[in-house]
Ligand binder design. Structure first.
Ligand code: MN
Ligand code: MN
Length: 303
């Protein structure tokens, strides 16, 4: 069981659309925080297994059982200035939800803070991508290329996220790691090569560090979007569309901890608690801790 200390006031100018939930290590008000967690309980475009709308609650519940002291970094997360805005109001309208995510992340970036968004399904990420500055490279962990132009009549379907992100960011600004599910239609899209898709099989063959090095060499910052199905179902069984032969939990961790220092934000999505045995929620919670602890450790050592 974790010991997470006392909480401070929950204040923010977005109170109108957020509930009063809080992840255990979030002890700061929005104004005083460096990291801003918020949940987006939305899974309306999911094509197979629903339930990712319950993920923010499930991650917060699991997180209570993690120690605030991150042993591998010898870092106490209570020293990090974390706030939690709670969950965004629910809506079935994907365009509305993506617009709200755009509004919230715009404010968080404007205020020089780091958003950590808990999905929900992957479609919500598009709202954050709309606010990414020119110098930011997008790093996706995903089993799927998410490169459909439209799916089930919807261009904001979660199967279209990378395609939408490419339209917003332009070529050579996205690396998607863990790819192993691509439709022929997606593969034959003339824009497919404008995103660097790193198959999970290449990670297996060459090691994750080679691909992290490629990203690290790029100038500027990164935004990290983790679709939990990029990780192997053995480690993250509870996802909307599971796909075998994925990344290990260590590889996902490695990516997060090596890139966090240059990250302007992160999201974790596609986790569906309805199919969980408790592993996926805990892994999601732990990846949040690793992101913050590794980033803070770097910051402290480079002051
Ligand atoms: Mn995805
Ligand atoms: Mn996926």
């Amino acid at each position: 069981m974790g010991n997470h200390g006392d909480a401070k006031d929950h204040a923010s100018e977005l109170k109108d659309i957020f509930s009063l939930k809080r992840i255990a290590d979030a002890k700061y008000s929005y104004e005083d925080s460096d990291y801003v967690i918020f949940g987006v309980p939305f899974d309306n475009t999911s094509s197979y297994r629903r339930g990712s709308k319950y993920a923010p609650d499930s991650i917060r519940s699991a997180y209570v059982n993690l120690e605030s002291f991150e042993f591998s970094y010898r870092f106490d997360l209570l020293r990090a200035r974390i706030s939690d805005l709670g969950d965004m109001e629910e809506s079935e309208d994907v365009e509305y939800v993506v617009d709200q995510v755009e509004r919230v992340t715009k404010m968080i970036f404007r205020d020089g803070k780091i958003p950590i968004m808990l999905g929900g399904e992957h479609s919500i990420t598009v709202g954050a991508v709309r606010n990414l500055p020119e110098d930011v490279h997008m790093v996706i962990v995903d089993a799927h290329s998410d490169f459909r132009d439209s799916y089930m009549g919807n261009k904001l379907n979660h199967a279209c996220v990378t395609k939408r992100a490419l339209e917003i960011l332009g070529p050579n600004r996205i690396t998607s790691i863990g790819t192993r599910s691509v439709s022929l239609e997606e593969y034959q899209d003339p824009d497919f090569d404008k995103v660097e898709f790193v198959p999970s099989f290449s990670v297996r063959e060459y090691g994750i560090d080679r691909f992290i090095n490629d990203i690290e060499r790029k100038p500027g910052r990164v935004y990290i979007s983790i679709d939990m199905d990029g990780i192997d179902p053995a480690y993250a069984p509870a996802v909307g569309t599971p796909e075998p032969f994925g990344l290990t939990d260590y590889e996902a961790r490695r990516l997060v901890e090596r890139l966090s220092y240059k990250a302007i934000g992160m999201d974790i999505n596609e986790f569906s608690p309805l199919y969980d045995n408790g592993n996926t929620s805990m892994l999601a919670g732990k990846l949040i801790q690793i992101f913050i602890a590794s980033r803070e450790k770097y910051r402290i050592e480079h002051i």
